[in-house]
Design a protein around this ligand. Structure first.
Ligand code: PGA
Length: 242
């Protein structure tokens, strides 16, 4: 099983020209790396552009950062899993902590996960504890609770991917030490059976390989470092060496 590296571009970059430059640099930089699967999750508008032009290249896979739970209808501003599937999208990030902070509930996340699986796409469910919860040694309890609520009535199969993203580690440079992350990985593995488990939170080219090699994660969810093509290519190269 190849490690999976998912680039979450979030709401970046600001122009299509920049997005194309970033995408092309990454594509060229990783095209000879066969030991890692790289997925780019750009904003919807660029996703459409990349899917229509690059879906056949197979060098990079593409994913969305969110989607709605209904297939069609009067839902202004939303994008359905069916639409993503039709364009050739493979993955969808669901329940990122930045979306939860904007008001996304466990119930909404649960509906999204089920809709994504129904459309034969792979959901990447993000879970993680806050700094306060970590200090109070509540991490395991919080993660178990999130999984129970987000995955109500979901069959835990290998097409479900879960990303452990400690909220305190996201975008802070303060990554979770691989030793600590490994303990969480082992805890999640017991619950999640065959699902892939990724780590995310201030991953960079220096620490990336440790999460795969030392902490046994099957891949990574990368935010900030995925916006710098040189850094991201180094990161993928380092993981490929593990
Ligand atoms: P980061 O973001 O790598 O910038 O910490 C990770 C994420 O939010 O998925």
């Amino acid at each position: 099983m190849k490690p999976l590296i998912v680039a979450n571009w979030k709401m970046n970059p600001q122009t299509l020209a920049e997005a194309n430059r970033l995408f092309n640099s990454v594509k060229n930089g990783v095209k000879n790396i066969k030991k890692v699967e790289v997925v780019i999750c750009p904003p919807f508008l660029y996703l459409f552009d990349f899917l229509s032009r690059w879906i056949k290249s197979q060098i990079l896979k593409l994913g969305a950062q969110d989607c709605f739970w209904e297939e069609k209808g009067a839902f202004t501003g939303e994008v359905s899993p069916t639409m993503l599937k039709d364009l050739g999208c493979k993955y969808v990030i669901i329940g990122h902590s930045e979306r939860r902070a904007l008001g996304e509930t466990n119930e909404m996340i649960n509906k999204k996960i089920r809709a994504v699986l129904k459309a034969n796409l792979k959901p990447i469910l993000c879970i993680g504890e806050t700094e306060k919860e970590r200090k109070e040694e509540e991490t395991k309890k919080v993660l178990k609770n999130q999984l129970e609520k987000d995955l109500t009535e979901v069959r835990i199969l290998s097409n479900l991917i879960v990303a452990y993203e400690p909220v305190w580690a996201i975008g802070t440079g303060n990554f979770c030490p691989p030793k600590e992350a490994k303990k969480v990985f082992l805890f999640l593995r017991k619950i999640l059976k065959n699902s892939l488990i990724l780590y995310g939170g201030s991953v960079n080219s220096q620490n990336a390989a440790d999460y795969v090699k030392k902490a046994d994660f099957q891949g990574l969810l990368v935010g900030g470092a995925s916006l710098d093509p040189k850094e991201f290519i180094r990161l993928v190269t380092n993981v490929a060496k593990t």
